[in-house]
Design a protein around this ligand. Structure first.
Ligand code: NDP
Ligand code: PYC
Length: 345
């Protein structure tokens, strides 16, 4: 088999969900995980698409994530801080449980936060940001990962690739969303380069001796670099403070100590802050949504593109033509379904 295959979004979802169910995940964990992984493939975000299934299964097999976890909501009546304990399961299931209360609380108070504790988190953040914007709210989302990034000026990994995402709701267009690793690239990208036998672009990583490298193996053994030098380094540090220390959960070095490897999905917490633009703008001139549209028009009018535009375009193609997978990817999905946890080391 050498040809590419096109699967509908629903068909890929069914396959991915079946793999997770076969591996022993309960319905809620399998459903939530399949939704984010398939969303990654649908939107051409390969670094957090089906390639992540194997890592999730390895983490289950290693006993570092609970496949039958049932997250517990602490609605903290009336408070701006809503908490979900993921019960040692995947973050995505906990997020789905907390989102309605987060939205209700943000509408009532103008700003509220969802704290997720004790979760395994390997996914992109934009599915969560988009879900908050669907409720008409702006969102900031962040979490640590594991110590793989050297702070600017340092040579040893300390910070995580710490993703940071933001979303702004738009009435007649897809939301404004950005979502990026605070390292030059996500670690998933380094792994995809390694698998493809490709060199890394300059400036992504240093080797174990602190020298610049374009060799993915050397980069994985050394350290990745923060994006934008000291600026990305500071934002990555902020995420350790807000998305780990402030919420009483593991920092990236603590995650690595706990797992002992970067081949398993990281276990930590996550912070989601939701804001009501109407509540913040109340009493001030102008409609915040109309003013935001003027800003977006100016950005696009000046020749730039909005973040997520590539993703939304890829989504449209997937919705009409299906999701394109290589023969090797289909074989891998078949193998994971056939062998379950025996398919992974
Ligand atoms: P990218 O650098 O690929 O993209 C970052 C953002 O910038 C996207 O929103 C992208 O939109 C936008 N963008 C890219 N190019 C342009 C441009 N020319 N003009 C305007 N906007 C642009 O992301 P990363 O590789 O840093 O991260 C990839 C994913 O990895 C993220 O989803 C992140 O959440 C995830 N991640 C998860 C971690 C975890 O621990 N769970 C850790 C690290 C990363 P578009 O997509 O449309 O191109
Ligand atoms: O791509 O950097 C990454 C990553 C780390 C954990 C999950 N994704």
């Amino acid at each position: 088999m050498t040809q590419d295959t096109h699967l509908t979004i629903a068909a890929l979802h069914a396959r991915v969900e079946a793999i997770f169910r076969r591996a022993g995940l309960n319905e809620r964990q399998a459903g939530a995980l399949s939704r984010v992984i398939v969303a990654g493939e649908r939107d051409a975000c390969k670094s957090h698409g089906i390639y992540r299934i194997e890592g999730a299964l390895r983490t289950v097999k290693a006993g570092k994530v609970k496949p039958d976890a049932v997250p517990v909501l602490d609605a903290n009546e009336g408070s701006a801080i809503v908490k979900v304990n993921a019960d040692g399961g995947f973050a995505n299931t906990a997020f789905e449980l907390g989102l309605p209360v987060l939205a209700e609380r943000t509408r009532a108070l103008g700003i509220a936060a969802l704290v997720i504790n004790d979760c395994t988190h390997f996914s992109a953040l934009w599915p969560e940001v988009e879900a908050v914007t669907k409720a008409g709210l702006a969102a900031l989302v962040m979490c640590p990962s594991y110590a793989t990034v050297a702070p600017t000026g340092g040579t040893r990994p300390l910070l995580g690739t710490n993703p940071f995402a933001f979303g702004w709701p738009r009435k007649n267009a897809p939301p404004y969303v950005f979502d990026f690793a605070t390292s030059v690239a996500a670690r998933g990208e380094i792994e995809l380069h390694r698998r493809a036998g490709k060199k890394l672009p300059e400036g992504w990583a240093i080797d174990a001796d602190g020298n610049p490298t374009t060799d993915p193996e050397a980069a994985l053994a050394g350290a990745m670099l923060p994006f934008g030098g000291h600026k990305g380094s500071a934002i990555g540090t902020m995420i350790e403070l807000l998305g780990a220390i402030m919420i009483g959960d593991l920092t990236s070095p603590e995650v690595l100590d706990y797992l002992g490897t970067t081949t398993l999905a990281p276990f930590h917490g996550e912070l989601i802050i939701a804001m009501s633009p109407e509540a913040f703008a109340k009493g001030r001139p102008g409609d915040p949504f109309a003013r935001a549209e003027q800003l977006f028009e100016a950005i696009v009018g000046g020749g730039a593109r909005l973040p997520s535009q590539r993703r939304f375009a890829a989504r449209k193609v997937s919705e009409t033509d299906g999701i394109k997978l290589t023969a090797a990817e289909i074989e891998q999905l078949d193998r994971l379904l056939d062998k379950g946890l025996d398919a992974v080391a």
